[in-house]
Write a protein that binds this ligand. Structure first.
Ligand code: NDP
Length: 450
């Protein structure tokens, strides 16, 4: 980066840090975008004069509220919940809800900010938002989770709507939670409309929504490899996480001929050198989606696999790495280890799983690196398709939704190439950030100063 560009990035980031102190995740997400788009801002007097970047880095509003609920023993608990409505320039706010003890304003602002760019990349009319609560569903009974979800929606329902803000799932919010949340939404509103996505198939959900983020992440990896005349077939694939995104990334990777050799959760990772096949993956689905068990139990069932407690799986040699757990789970040392072991492609199923330093290592070494806002956009894209089906009062078949998902991931990849190509090489980070920025910025300019 030239020194004058660096001065402008530093000036912008100094202002952002002083306005948003103690929000490291938010600062990290904005910094990456700022570096990518500053040349566009400096080149275009319209963007500079309208303070587009400053406006984009400030959420439209943040709603914070108390969620009070009773556990099975009758003890009362108080949690804090948020909805960050970041930017609705190109469509109603859209983004997931996260239930995890680490949820705070910084985490949800980073996720909401990323969502604005991601949603723009899908080509669908969706603005960006994110929400959640510092509630830990782990170890809670179904009744406790139900009471918490009902209490949360009793407040949230007044801030959302099918043309205003459409939440979905994220970490800790899966099919069970969406059911409880949507049930309470329709009771509070006395209306049955598609204000949430990720719904069950019997009440307005879309086929392939559950699979969409993981499948999309693998489709993106496949596109990056295909540009180099390569593919997933025969590649060793290491995946972090064993939740919604990880499970369906594994499913698609196996289907396309990859050999999935590691999966993880917050307790550690399993290394299965024989590869996870369809039967073993069915066990993981049942373990995680139904029994809510721990990944170490995989080794009780398949004793050839080894469990490594308390560590991430990045030391396992592979050609394809799919970080699908959480933010900042892959640091610079892990990136160097992956490269040393011959990694060719990293496709981020999670949001910002690679630290800023890890991203630099991947980019400097010209690893095919698909940033989350492009590589994991398949989930929100199929959420957009769920909204379309709800509006049309139709349910599309599995094949049709998957075809549309594949078409959208192909388009996102092409858009990244278009905006991030530098000679033979494609910098997917620059491509994703610039393409998302231009689309949202142009809409904001059309509205005048607001
Ligand atoms: P789930 O709750 O289904 O699964 C999360 C997985 O990540 C679990 O295996 C969990 O392990 C692990 N994990 C969570 N926190 C940590 C941590 N601090 N350290 C190590 N492992 C951790 O969530 P999803 O699969 O839905 O989401 C995963 C990622 O994908 C998130 O970054 C999310 O924002 C992103 N994403 C999700 C989309 C979706 O459609 N669901 C869409 C786009 C992005 P444990 O159970 O032990 O906590």
């Amino acid at each position: 980066m030239s020194s004058s560009l660096q001065v402008e990035v530093d000036r912008f980031m100094d202002g952002l840090r002083s306005n948003n102190p103690h929000q490291p995740e938010f600062q990290q997400a904005v910094h990456e975008v700022c570096e990518s788009v500053m040349p566009l801002v400096l080149d275009d007097e319209r963007f500079r004069h309208a303070k587009i970047l400053e406006r984009m880095a400030e959420p439209d509003r943040i709603i914070t509220f108390r969620v009070c609920w009773e556990d099975d023993r009758g003890d009362v608990h108080v949690n804090r919940a948020f909805r960050v409505q970041f930017n609705n320039s190109i469509g109603p706010y859209k983004g997931g809800l996260r239930f995890h003890p680490t949820v705070n304003k910084s985490v949800l602002k980073f996720l909401g900010f990323e969502q604005v760019f991601k949603n723009a990349l899908t080509g669908l009319p969706m603005g960006g938002a994110k929400g959640g609560a510092n509630f830990d569903p782990k170890g809670k009974s179904d009744r406790e989770v139900m009471r918490f979800c009902h209490a949360l929606m009793t407040e949230l329902h007044r801030h959302i709507g099918e043309d205003t803000d459409i939440p979905a799932g994220d970490i800790g919010v899966g099919a069970r939670e969406i059911g409880y949340l949507f049930g309470q939404y329709k009771r509070c509103e006395n209306r049955f409309v598609g204000t949430m996505t990720g719904k069950g198939l019997t009440f307005g959900g879309s086929l392939v929504r559950k699979e969409a983020t993981g499948y999309g992440t693998v489709y993106f990896a496949q596109h990056m490899l295909a540009r180099r005349g390569d593919g997933l077939h025969g590649k060793n694939v290491v995946i972090s996480g064993s939740g919604n995104v990880a499970i369906y990334a594994a499913e698609k990777a196996i289907e396309l001929g990859g050999k999935v050799i590691a999966l993880s959760d917050s307790g550690g990772f399993v290394h299965d050198a024989d590869g996870v096949n369809a039967e073993k993956l069915a066990f993981v689905k049942e373990l995680k989606e139904e029994r809510r068990g721990r990944i170490r139990e995989y080794c009780d069932r398949y004793p050839n696999a080894k469990f490594h407690a308390g560590v991430a799986p990045w030391g396992v040699p592979c050609e394809v790495a799919l970080p699908c757990a959480t933010q900042n789970e892959l640091d610079a040392d892990a990136a160097k280890t992956l490269i040393g072991n011959g990694v060719l492609a990293v496709s981020e199923g999670a949001n910002m799983p690679s630290t800023a330093e890890a991203v630099t290592v991947f980019r400097d070494n010209r690893v095919l690196f698909g940033p989350g806002k492009a590589a994991n956009a398949g989930g929100v894209a199929v959420s957009g398709l769920e909204q379309s089906q709800n509006s049309l009062r139709l349910a599309w078949g599995r094949e049709e939704v998957d075809q549309r998902l594949q078409g959208i991931m192909t388009e996102i990849h092409e858009t990244c190439v278009q905006h991030g190509q530098d000679g033979d090489h494609v910098d997917y980070v620059t491509g994703a950030n610039r393409a998302g920025f231009v689309k949202v910025a142009e809409a904001m300019l059309s509205y005048g100063v607001m």
